[in-house]
Design a binder for this molecule. Structure first.
Ligand SMILES: [Zn+2]
Length: 568
């Protein structure tokens, strides 16, 4: 087989569909049999690696410099001219493999996903997906335009959320009210978009002969290891175990803040009212200290990270004309991950780099797998890799252990992290339960007033500690401000499940750090060659939805929080 490989990345980024086409034609024409299917899959992998790296390179170029017009048009051109060809060609090869009935070793999991995709694939859904994408873009526009004038300057939602960390309560309240008023101005428009989203989605499910959109989505997300009923068990477990823990944490918070009831705008500030942690003065320091933390977790991980730093695969500083947020992507042909963050000198930056570092080690560990389709673990486990790394590296946060802080500040950082993690579960449960209600009751959910009522109920059930009196409108429209609900339906429980996995791995590490890290690494190496429960198991955890497992996790986290409070 004959894909002419590019000499280097500079050549690759000039590629278009015509460079890929001959190889895809050969793969399509090849008569598949037991004797040649493995070679065929390896060839396919070589082609996909190139397309995948091309796509990642062009995308990252638009984020590292948003003012780079050439990068922008190259990416646009790719999306319009090359991407559709690649997607259709890959689709054809998937169909070809499925039709062959062959089951190559190590390909069981990828085949399962392909079968699920094929089962719901309908040509008449493609225009609906295009429509959905358009509504989604409009949704982004509405949300992105939500700026306010604060202290004489135009500020984004993201900026205003940072004001919520201010010790001054009046400032927090004023900034939050200002933002809330602005968000409520778009209430009607978001309601209308919501109805369009729902209409399209119900139609897609019907076209695919599914009983409802949820079962359509379940297959689309390759959720083979758990059911909607499991998600509901998880919600009930959170209600039983986590809500009381959050109530305890919140009571302590009220006391320390000296407030009678806890308002939403009181939940982000450090209750000790100490000034924010200042972990580093420049990104060189950030990278070198995080490197020494990774080396202590495992020398191999440290070496991976150093390779990325040395070869230019880390872009961590915040600067003008850089996209916001953080991500880790991989360059499959070069066999290097790429980490993108916006570090400004806060503890959050340390946490983000540890998190993305976990994702990047997952990539490094799976590049060796022979087939591209074996490499990307399901989201539920991909987030275990990253969330666990935040916890596995936590013993090294203090300067004497290679990290950033005095012993007291290291304790404070971990305590905050654990508190935030506990408080995340009930919110995740609200987002998840809301969507189950929506797609079980689509005709009711078509009326936004019913959505408001449902969300309000869920707030009461999962976050009873919050006092929303006087702010009912902003409370009941919480579903409007969660982009996953609008743009990535049902995609959120993954984070809650992964977090429970990560805490179990951390628990193992507290009694035997090196054994826990070894199991974690073995699980990363599996990529997606094993079903989800086995990935968790190999990592030393259980994919769990029950109150007992959750209770053990929360008990440990709370115990640690109290210990750390005494150290801080
Ligand atoms: Zn992540």
């Amino acid at each position: 087989m004959s894909i002419k490989k590019p000499v280097n990345v500079a050549e690759l980024i000039e590629w278009d569909w015509s460079n890929f086409e001959p190889a895809y034609q050969e793969l399509t024409a090849c008569a598949l049999a037991v004797a040649n299917v493995e070679e065929w899959l390896r060839e396919w992998t070589r082609v996909i690696e190139l397309g995948d790296e091309l796509s990642s390179r062009l995308f990252t170029a638009t984020t590292v410099n948003t003012a780079d017009q050439a990068a922008e048009s190259r990416f646009q051109h790719f999306m319009e001219k090359t991407y559709p060809g690649l997607t259709m060609a890959d689709q054809k090869l998937k169909e070809k493999l499925l039709a062959s009935g062959l089951e190559p070793a190590g390909f069981e999991e990828p085949l399962r996903r392909m079968r699920a995709e094929a089962a719901i694939y309908r040509a008449e859904n493609i225009p609906l997906q295009v429509q959905e994408q358009k509504v989604s873009t409009m949704h982004d526009k509405v949300m992105g335009a939500q700026t306010v004038t604060w202290q004489g300057q135009e500020r984004t939602v993201k900026f205003m959320e940072s004001v919520l960390r201010q010790p001054d309560r009046t400032l927090r309240q004023q900034s939050w009210e200002l933002l809330a008023d602005r968000q409520l101005q778009d209430r009607e428009e978001i309601n209308q978009q919501w109805q369009q989203f729902l209409t399209l989605r119900l139609q897609m499910a019907e076209n695919a002969s599914q009983v409802d959109y949820r079962s359509f989505r379940w297959q689309q997300l390759s959720r083979f290891a758990y059911t909607p009923q499991d998600c509901k068990s998880f919600q009930r477990a959170i209600e039983k175990v986590v809500v009381p823990a959050v109530t305890r944490i919140s009571a302590g918070r009220c006391q320390r803040l000296g407030v009678k009831t806890l308002r939403y705008f009181d939940t982000f500030v450090d209750p000790s009212l100490q000034p924010a942690l200042k972990p580093f003065s420049d990104v060189k320091e950030l990278v070198s200290r995080v490197s020494s933390m990774f080396h202590r977790v495992l020398p191999t991980f440290g070496a991976y990270f150093d390779t990325m730093a040395r070869d230019g695969y880390l872009d961590v500083d915040n600067r003008k004309n850089k996209a916001s947020g953080g991500y880790c992507t991989s360059f499959s042909f070069s066999r290097r991950p790429f980490i993108f963050t916006n570090a400004v000198g806060m503890h959050e930056d340390v946490q983000t780099l540890l998190h993305e570092g976990g994702h990047s080690f997952h990539d490094f560990e799976t590049f060796a797998l022979p087939y591209f389709q074996q490499r990307h673990a399901p989201m539920e486990f991909a987030e275990v890799a990253s969330m666990s790394m935040e916890l596995l590296a936590s013993p090294y946060l203090s300067e004497e252990m290679g990290g950033f802080y005095s012993r007291q500040d290291a304790a404070r950082a971990l305590r905050e992290h654990l508190e935030t993690s506990i408080c995340f579960w009930p919110y995740m449960a609200i987002v998840d339960a809301f969507q189950h209600w929506v797609y079980e009751n689509p005709s009711q959910a078509m009326d936004p007033a019913n959505c408001d009522a449902c969300w309000a109920e869920l707030e009461k059930r999962f976050r009873p500690e919050l006092d929303w009196s006087g702010y009912e409108d902003i409370m009941m429209t919480g579903w409007q401000r969660k982009d996953h609900i609008h743009q990535m339906p049902f995609y959120y429980v993954e984070y809650g499940l992964a977090q429970l996995g990560a805490v179990q791995i951390w628990r193992n590490a507290l009694s035997d750090q090196s054994a826990a890290v070894a199991s974690y690494r073995r699980a990363l190496q599996l990529g997606c060659t094993q079903p989800l429960p086995q990935l968790f198991e190999t990592a030393g955890a259980k994919l769990a939805f029950d109150a007992d497992t959750l209770n053990q996790a929360v008990e440990l986290m709370e115990k640690k929080i109290y210990e750390l409070e005494e150290q801080a």
